[in-house]
Design a protein around this ligand. Structure first.
Ligand code: DQA
Length: 144
């Protein structure tokens, strides 16, 4: 059984309650169920969320041994975290970056992403469907 790590960063624990006009009304449990539903047989999801940069980095390190690919929505750390970029650079499998909102239509500080320097693909503005597309792509890239 191969594992895809689906990682969500700060404030995404409030998904469904936080600014629903931007992020929609589905919550992180809905995201995890959607991701699992689009996985090929023989692939499973591990879904994690943290508001703490170090915890996200620790999970990415663990993924070196335990995951075939990573889907990550780093939240606001997207725009600030060289440390998350460095951790992803130490991971050998495919990485897809997801943003629920279209960050390019929003404030200019959301237009730059450190994580995009590492990601095989970047999805923005598809709502939670972006996670499903990312999982499907990782399944292709890992050959399942
Ligand atoms: C986000 C976009 C980020 O700019 C923001 O800080 C988030 C969520 C998104 O999913 O659209 O927390 O990553």
């Amino acid at each position: 059984m191969k594992t895809i790590l689906v990682l969500n960063g700060p404030n995404l624990n409030l998904l469904g309650k936080r600014q629903p006009e931007i992020y929609g009304s589905d919550n992180l449990e809905d995201v995890a169920a959607l991701c699992q539903s689009v996985c090929n047989a023989g692939v499973g999801i591990r879904a994690e969320q943290s508001n703490h940069e170090g915890q996200i980095i620790d999970w990415i390190h663990e993924a070196r041994e335990s995951a075939a690919g990573i889907v990550i929505n780093p939240g606001a750390f997207t725009h600030t975290s060289v440390a998350i970029l460095d951790a992803l650079n130490a991971f050998e499998g495919p990485v897809i970056e997801v943003h629920i909102s279209n960050v390019h239509k929003r404030e200019s500080f959301r237009h730059h992403s450190y994580v995009s320097l590492r990601a095989e693909g970047v999805i923005a503005g598809l709502g939670i469907e972006g996670y499903a597309a990312a999982v499907r792509r990782i399944c292709q890239l890992i050959g399942d």
